[in-house]
Design a protein around this ligand. Structure first.
Ligand SMILES: NC(=O)c1ccc[n+]([C@@H]2O[C@H](COP(=O)([O-])OP(=O)(O)OC[C@H]3O[C@@H](n4cnc5c(N)ncnc54)[C@H](O)[C@@H]3O)[C@@H](O)[C@H]2O)c1
Length: 245
C-alpha cells in the first residue's frame, strides 16, 4: 500500500516512515532536504534493512509533484513538509505563508485530482490561545488568532482542509495537533538534526552539550513542559492511518 509522506526526511517524518515500513506499508517520500539531509534516507534504510523510494522535489512545484502522483497510486498521504520555527516566522512571515500553505495546496489539490481518499495533516498545538488558560492546553482550549505566523499557517491549513472536505465528502482528513516531540530512534541512525541553528529546545541542548553551539540562554525557569517521545508520535501516525484505511 503506497503512502505519500511529504517531509519524510525530517525529524517526525523519518521516524514515521520507519514505523510505516514496519507496519507493512510502502511509504514514498517527497522532500527536498531544505531542513534535513539525504543521509537520513540512508539512516532509515539501515533501520528497516531495505531501499526506500524518495524524490528530491520542492513540494510547492506543482508540475514536479504531479509527476509523482502520475507514477503511484496512493492510498493515503501524511503531510509533514513545512517550516516550523515560531520565532523565525515572526521575522519572515511570507516565507512561512508561501511554503506552509504552498506545499499544502499543492498536495491537497493533487490528492483530489488523483482521488486519494485519506489525508493526515501535521498541525500543531501552537494554534491554541493559552493567554487565558495559564499556558495550559486541554482539548477545550480555544483556538487563538495571530499567535504567530507559523501558528496561523496551521490554522489556515486546517480551515482549508475543512472547506475541501465539505466540497469533497469522499476525502477523509485528520489534523494532528501536538507539540514538544523529543527523542530519537534507539538505533541513533535518525534523530532530530535540523539544518543551521536549531529552533526546538532539545536539539539546542544536545548541540550545546556537543559544543556545536557555544551556550544556551534560559529566559524562563517557571514553565513546565510536557514532552512526547517521537516514537509515540510515529506509532500514533501509523495507528491513525490504519484506522482511516
Ligand atoms: N517538531 C515539532 O515540535 C512539531 C510539533 C508539532 C507539529 N509539527 C509539524 O510537524 C511537521 C514536521 O515537523 P518536523 O519537526 O519533522 O520538521 P522538520 O523540519 O524536521 O521536517 C520537515 C521536512 O519537510 C521538508 N520540507 C519543508 N518544506 C519543503 C518543501 N517546500 N518541499 C520539500 N520538502 C520540504 C524539510 O526538508 C524537512 O525534511 C511540520 O509540519 C511541523 O509544523 C512539528
Amino acid at each position: 500500500m503506497n503512502i505519500l509522506v511529504t517531509g519524510g526526511a525530517g525529524y517526525i517524518g523519518s521516524h514515521t516512515v520507519v514505523e510505516l515500513i514496519q507496519q507493512g506499508y510502502n511509504p514514498i517520500i517527497i522532500d527536498d532536504f531544505r531542513n534535513s539531509e539525504e543521509r537520513i534516507i540512508e539512516g532509515i534504510e539501515k533501520i528497516v534493512k531495505k531501499k526506500i523510494c524518495f524524490y528530491k522535489i520542492d513540494l510547492t512545484d506543482y508540475g514536479a509533484v504531479k509527476s509523482i502522483f502520475q507514477k503511484y497510486l496512493f492510498e493515503g498521504i501524511i503531510h509533514f513538509a513545512a517550516y516550523k520555527a515560531v520565532g523565525e516566522s515572526v521575522e519572515v512571515p511570507l516565507k512561512y505563508y508561501r511554503n506552509n500553505l504552498g506545499t499544502l495546496l499543492t498536495v491537497v489539490e493533487l490528492a483530489i485530482a488523483y482521488n486519494v481518499q485519506n489525508f493526515i495533516f501535521s498541525s500543531s498545538c501552537t494554534l491554541y490561545d493559552v493567554s487565558k488558560t495559564n499556558n495550559v492546553v486541554t482539548e477545550s482550549t480555544p483556538i487563538g488568532i495571530g499567535q504567530s505566523p507559523y501558528a496561523t499557517t496551521k490554522r489556515i491549513g486546517e480551515q482549508i482542509l475543512q472547506d475541501v472536505v465539505k466540497a469533497n465528502p469522499n476525502l477523509n482528513v485528520l489534523c494532528m495537533r501536538y507539540f514538544n516531540p523529543i527523542g530519537a530512534h534507539p538505533s541513533s541512525h535518525i534523530g532530530e538534526l535540523p539544518q543551521g541553528c536549531p529552533n526546538n529546545l532539545v536539539p539546542f541542548i544536545t548541540q550545546t552539550a556537543m559544543r556545536k553551539i557555544e551556550f544556551l540562554t534560559v529566559l524562563e525557569t517557571t514553565i513546565t513542559r510536557r514532552m512526547v517521545h517521537v516514537l509515540e508520535i510515529m506509532c500514533m501516525y501509523a495507528t491513525l492511518l490504519k484506522l482511516m484505511l
